[in-house]
Design a protein around this ligand. Structure first.
Ligand code: PLP
Length: 369
């Protein structure tokens, strides 16, 4: 092949650094794997059964682009009850990533600036670049709080959108009600689209607030990947102003087509399942990890998701992570994957208590070198 087959667009971003850690993981025997970005609980039984039955009933065909009516209507009912907005429509996407990809395809023109908070979920930076936009990363170091002044300072006439992710990947930081309100009002005042990635809202150990409560034009994305442990089934959803949703549907028709049929049936069955026991388990593991590491590491205690983002006690984060992998077969992710700086690292505590115990032991030794 010749290089000119590859578009300029493909050269605007790199493959995720998380992949490199996953590749390494495959070569290690019995690693202490604290790099996983998905729940370690199973798809709830009722959802699993519904999906098995759906396969047996040969539900392998397409669904409507906007998703199965039953799932869409159930979600719409729940969303209407929460927000009471006159103009808020939901549709089903291929995971929350699908919703994010469609959102940026529909909204970003070349040269448009899109603001997000640093550290950030890896996909934001890549998706903005992919669409010819300019990513603007607003630092939240050292406390990862959502500073409204820093955000306001980053706004320019070219700002098209702000992405808020709370609870956040990779810090677990969850915006307070006041912070969310301030961000929502700032976006409204400047006529900037506010995109709220709420994929971790179930994993929230303090009050969760959506900016859609204060800014009815907010485009919200969410999904079943994390909340019900079914990331491989690719069921997400987006809700917001109808005109925006119609445009996203047009792009979905020509790209993803629809979210997997069987996955949507599973999601419908999963909707009303109580996941509070699983969430409580994550809270317990957060406390166990935080209490064990807080004296040796600089850590902001996370209020949500299942990540912690401590500061490397020596060297760059990449050096620290390389040593953790080489000497302890411990898999964690260096901060530069999620950030403009390489000072922190991500621990996922979506792991068994036994793995966490092994990890804590290794972290204690690593801190003391
Ligand atoms: N948004 C955030 C903040 C995430 O952490 C992830 C997955 O890790 C996604 C979106 C993508 O989720 P999905 O697997 O549903 O596409």
């Amino acid at each position: 092949m010749t290089l000119h087959w590859i578009s300029d667009r493909a050269g605007t971003f790199e493959s995720s650094g998380i992949r490199k850690v996953f590749d390494l993981a495959a070569k290690l025997t019995d690693p202490i794997n604290l790099s996983i970005g998905q729940p370690d609980f199973d798809v709830p039984e009722a959802a699993r059964k519904a999906m098995i039955e759906a396969v047996d009933r040969k539900k392998g065909g397409y669904t409507p682009t906007q998703g199965l009516a039953a799932l869409r209507e159930s979600l719409q009912k729940r969303i209407d009850a929460e927000y009471h907005h006159a103009d808020r429509t939901v549709f089903i996407t291929s995971g929350t990533s699908g919703a994010l990809a469609l959102t940026l395809l529909v909204t970003v023109n070349p040269g448009d600036e899109v603001i997000f908070f640093d550290p950030y979920f890896v996909m934001y930076d890549a998706l903005v670049r992919m669409n010819g936009g300019v990513p603007v990363a607003v630092s939240t170091y050292p406390d990862f709080c959502y500073d409204i002044q820093r955000l306001a300072d980053a706004v320019t006439p070219k700002t098209k959108a702000i992405i808020l992710n709370s609870p956040a990947n990779p810090t677990g930081k969850t915006a307070t009600r006041q912070e969310v309100k301030a961000i929502a009002e700032l976006a409204e005042k400047h006529h900037i689209l506010l995109i709220s990635d709420e994929i971790y809202r179930t994993f929230c150990h303090q009050e969760f607030t959506s900016p859609a409560e204060f800014n009815p034009q907010t485009l919200v994305m969410d999904g079943f990947s994390k909340s019900h442990g079914m990331p491989g089934w690719r069921v997400g959803y987006a809700h917001g102003p109808k005109e925006l949703i119609e445009q996203m549907l047009k792009f979905q028709q020509y790209t993803f087509v629809c979210s997997p049929h069987v996955g949507q049936i599973g999601a419908l069955a999963a909707m009303d399942i109580d996941m509070s026991a699983q969430i409580a388990g994550y809270r317990q593991r957060r406390d166990m990890l935080y209490d064990a590491l807080k004296d040796d590491y600089e850590i902001v205690k996370p209020e949500g998701a299942f990540y912690m983002f401590p500061k490397a006690p020596w060297g760059t984060a990449t050096e620290f992570v390389e040593t953790a992998i080489k000497e302890y077969s411990m898999l964690i992710i260096p901060g530069n994957v999620f950030s403009r700086q390489d000072t922190h690292f991500r621990i996922s505590y979506s792991a068994t208590e036994e793995t966490l115990r092994r990890g804590i032991e290794a972290f204690k030794k690593l801190a003391k070198r």
